[in-house]
Write a protein that binds this ligand. Sequence first.
Ligand SMILES: [Zn+2]
Length: 87
Amino acid sequence: MRIDIYTNSDSHDCETCGASWAQGGKVFIDGKLIVDLPAVAHCYGASSYNEDELLVIALKEIGVNVFVDGDNYHVTCHNDYYHGKSK
Ligand SMILES: [Zn+2]
């Protein structure tokens, strides 16, 4: 089995918040597109995934669950740190 991860990034400028930046990408397993999460930088609701998270998401798509210290691998969105968890 071969897993290919292709990352991309996006940036967004806001007068209120300043610049934000997001990561995303695609994951192919044996040449088949499994995960397609293009980077979308935005003030709120931005989705950002590093290559580790992309890999974990892809593994889950094929039925492999990844645990860290007994808990599900936590896929974070780094803009939560910037804007807080409130929605
Ligand atoms: Zn903003």
